[in-house]
Design a protein around this ligand. Structure first.
Ligand code: AMP
Length: 514
């Protein structure tokens, strides 16, 4: 089904197979495609009443709910750009997003009304509406009063569909301009690569404020007329129950480790699931293998980012390699530039991407947009990686997390893989900390397996047998947990800050005398 506009997906299924299930939630509510189409029309009419025109922004700071999905679809229907925001943002962060995106409407959780009204008024946003986790709120009241749906209009593919603020672990986060064309290209490509059909039901546990939960999950299913079951929060046991009659699951690595921690995860419990997909952060090979042993299902890992949606995927049929993010998707061009090798290792370099999935740039930041593009139109991803002899991509880490020690490049992933192979370590993060002699010292924070003990000097000694000397961590520190954001990404900036003191003595002593 080649429909060239993201809202036409809903419309066309509503017209051809209107009774088929589109959305349901963990409160037991179910909506067919015809019902979703009709309801979205009423939400669309409310947006038009509130003065939303094609290209205007509608910011969403709401809890996850079925209604939040309807609002997203209404934005697509009227041609507005959705600006999904994480409800965990502080007032200061919210102020930045509102003043930067200048939305025509800000829809907030009722509990946030007071702060939102003040921030909206001070930043030129004319309207604040509310939407609660159970679909209550002022927007729902307005929808009740609408009897006629907004028209479904033709909207150009280069129209802004969303502004998605990047995680911004360094510096201010920027708004990636995602067009309708980006959404269509990526969803159609994923739906066909992952063999989605109208028979599928996705168990949806991801947040809606990130590309993973909003676009990759929803659009890929809507593009083929499949169904989505919205879980408002991720509860591992409820998820396993839900998987008993679901066919597809998309998660971040943390979801998989939490599922593995439940004894209820058995081959029988998930026998009907034909596809488990992981992305947004590196999936440990160990988790990949453990999941296969426990469930007899092989996780399919893929790689994407806010600015480019999905770039690569392990194959649906073919080898899904643990530790690799797979092959470039059809239509996506990927290359590795500035490659370096330390002799025995792979040729690691910067991953650059070109294709219909790459966003139009950063909102009102032409300099930043230009800085991240090459002259021949590739997007500099900021990720480092290499391609193996089978053409599979492996990610070695973010460029900004590269450790340069004594003039040598150390790719944290390589050291993390070695640490994770040790029996007593369950997870590790390697980062650079300022050091007088070396510039940066390779440093590791590790989580031990339950009831395991670790002797730091022994681990360092073991690493000496496995890694070139300059790559061996100078310190290996046991921590209770690694700082992660909601998408399960380790925040290395926080580790660098927390352990900035480690080699202070080397910094303090003059002339290298120690
Ligand atoms: P975000 O824009 O928040 O989606 O973050 C994108 C970044 O997450 C990428 O640039 C990668 O550094 C990382 N990432 C996404 N998927 C993977 C994956 N499968 N393996 C390793 N890193 C990943």
């Amino acid at each position: 089904m080649a429909v060239e506009d993201p809202y036409r997906w809903i419309e066309s299924v509503a017209q051809s197979a209107g009774h088929s299930l589109c959305l349901e939630d963990d409160l037991g509510r179910r909506m067919s495609y015809a019902e979703v189409h009709q309801s979205v029309g009423r939400y669309g009419a409310v947006l038009l009443d509130l003065g939303v025109h094609v290209g205007d922004r509608v910011a969403l700071l709401v809890e996850k709910s079925l209604e939040a999905v309807l609002v997203y679809l209404a934005c697509l229907r009227v041609g507005a750009a959705v600006v999904p925001l994480n409800t965990a943002y502080t007032a200061a962060e919210l102020r930045h997003f509102i003043s930067d995106s200048q939305p025509q409407v800000l829809i907030v959780d009722p509990a946030k009304t007071e702060a939102a009204v003040e921030i909206a008024a001070a930043n030129g946003c004319p309207t604040v509406e509310t939407l609660g986790a159970r679909g209550n709120g002022s927007i729902a009241n307005r929808v009740e009063m609408q009897s006629v749906g907004s028209p479904v209009i033709s909207i150009a593919a280069d129209t802004l569909a969303a502004l998605l603020y990047t995680s911004g672990t360094t510096g201010r986060s920027k708004g990636a301009m995602i067009t309708r064309g980006n959404l269509v290209a990526n969803a159609q490509c994923l739906a066909s690569s992952w063999q989605m059909t109208r028979e599928d039901l996705l168990v949806h546990v991801l947040p809606l404020f990130h590309v993973h939960g909003l676009f990759l999950s929803l659009n890929t299913m809507f593009a083929v007329g499949a169904a989505v079951r919205i879980h408002r929060i991720f509860d591992p046991r409820l998820t396993i129950e839900s998987l008993s009659n679901g066919s597809v699951f998309m998660g971040v690595p943390t979801h998989y480790t939490r599922l593995l921690a439940c004894p209820e995860l058995t081959p029988e419990a998930v026998s009907g699931v034909r596809l488990f997909i992981s992305g947004s952060a590196p999936l440990l090979s160990e988790t990949h293998r453990e999941f296969e042993v426990r469930t007899r299902k092989v996780i399919l890992e893929r790689y994407g980012m806010t600015e480019t949606l999905v770039n690569t995927s392990n194959p649906y049929t073919g080898v899904r390699k643990p530790g690799s993010v797979g092959l470039p998707l059809p239509g996506v061009e990927l290359r590795i530039t500035d490659q370096r090798t330390d002799g025995d290792g792979p040729n690691v370099g910067m991953i650059e991407i070109r294709g219909p999935n790459v966003c139009a740039g950063y909102w009102r930041a032409p300099d930043q947009t230009a800085a991240d593009r090459t002259v021949d139109g590739y997007f500099r991803s900021g990720d480092l990686g290499f391609i193996d002899s089978d053409g599979y991509l492996h990610i070695s880490g973010r460029a900004k997390d590269l450790v340069i020690t004594g003039g040598y490049n150390v790719y944290p992933k390589e050291i993390e893989l070695e640490l994770d192979r040790l029996d007593q370590i369950s997870e590790s993060a390697v980062f650079g900390v300022p050091h007088r002699d070396f510039g940066e010292a390779v440093t590791a924070a590790v989580i031990l397996k339950p009831s395991a003990a670790m002797h730091e000097a022994t681990v360092i000694e073991l690493m000496r047998n496995r890694l070139a000397r300059y790559k061996v961590p100078k310190r290996v520190i046991v921590v209770d947990e690694l700082p992660k954001n909601t998408m399960g990404k380790i925040q290395k900036n926080k580790l660098r800050e927390r352990f900035a003191h480690l080699y202070l003595d080397t910094l303090a002593k003059p002339n290298g005398i120690r």
